[in-house]
Write a protein that binds this ligand. Sequence first.
Ligand SMILES: [Zn+2]
Length: 435
Amino acid sequence: MSIGLSIVYLIFIAKNPIKLQQASTYTHNNTDTERRIIRSLEIPKQDLLDFSKDVTENLLQSQINYGDNWIKYRVKKGDSLASIFKKYSISPKVLHAIIKSSSNSKRIAKLKPKQTLKILIDESKTLKELVLIISPVESLKVINEGGNFLLEKIFTETEKRISSAAGVIRSSLFVDGQKAGLSDAQIMELATLFGWDIDFALEIRSGDKFRLIYEEEYINGEKYKNGPILAAEFINKGKVFNAFRFINDSVEGDYYDSEGRSKKRAFIRTPIKFARVSSRFSRKRWHPVLKKWRPHRGVDYAAPTGTPIRATGSGKIIFRGWKDGYGRLMVVKHGGAYTTLYAHMSKFAPKVKLHSRVKQGQTIGYVGQTGLATGPHLHYEFRVNGVHRNPLTVDLPKANPLPTKIFAKFQLQTKPLIVMLGKISANKLFAKKGT
Ligand SMILES: [Zn+2]
């Protein structure tokens, strides 16, 4: 896979991030029939390694002291709590009583294939306990206390640790990121962090360097999963870019460079997720349809008809219709002096009308070959004060820096990370240089 392709793929995945769950973020309602337990699990190392294969089984074994009377049941497609109860001759009344016991107990009836249920029945076929493992950090337990069913949520606390990685680009961010010990998701995160600074499809070079500090979550001393990137640096063609995670008043973390400028920008570089640049910005180009030399004041992205086109920045639609060689055309006016133009569309996104507001990344239309076009592609223009600029290289406007007061906090928080980043350079980066 080429650098370009893999990065486009990475960025696509990174745009759809998986929400990481943390034990501390669960919210729950306590009723008198519910209790919440947090406890540490004694999980053997091998079981942690097997998480991906068999999360539920292993956890279950380590989580609860089972005697010989426990039935371990692996949920299959089409199973319901009712059908499983029937299998073990547990009265339907019991199921009814469990469901009625609390609002949360409905969750235990929502079984998914490959989950594990543990059922404890006594000699008289009475259900004593029922456990459903939901994830390595959460399970539900129902206990029969004299005919009343009590629901417990069992949470596992994870311990956070700091880790680091560094590498030098030899073939691609993907390959060299893996060599540095990063997961695919972390490589995507890294590519997204610097997606505004570096065009990973065009600008990445052999010899470029990266280093980062990230969180890891552990259960009982063994690694469970990666946490967020806390600090990262990417040196591209000798130019240093950095990013620091900064938690402000908002709960969600965001990233800023060392000057306190947000890593998010007013524009994304490319309006199509999966596309090949088929014609670049140039002063003089042989026009394939008009058969004459003309400047090409935009970038062409070849993509199949119907591929969604995204607004590269938030703004207002100032043109929506047919215009000569452009065919079906949309023009977006952004804040300041910026306008972007999208041509040859097969159709417009139905909700995006003239004068309506669009958000960055919103689909405004679909690739086509209307107007003067030899094949399906998007012709994209980027204008500053009405002047055409090369969309692939134009300096995209930076975000405003953090306000002075908050910047002071930011500096306090990032100081130790900067020191740590420096240490990675000595220990890991240069050690890998010769490889
Ligand atoms: Zn064009």
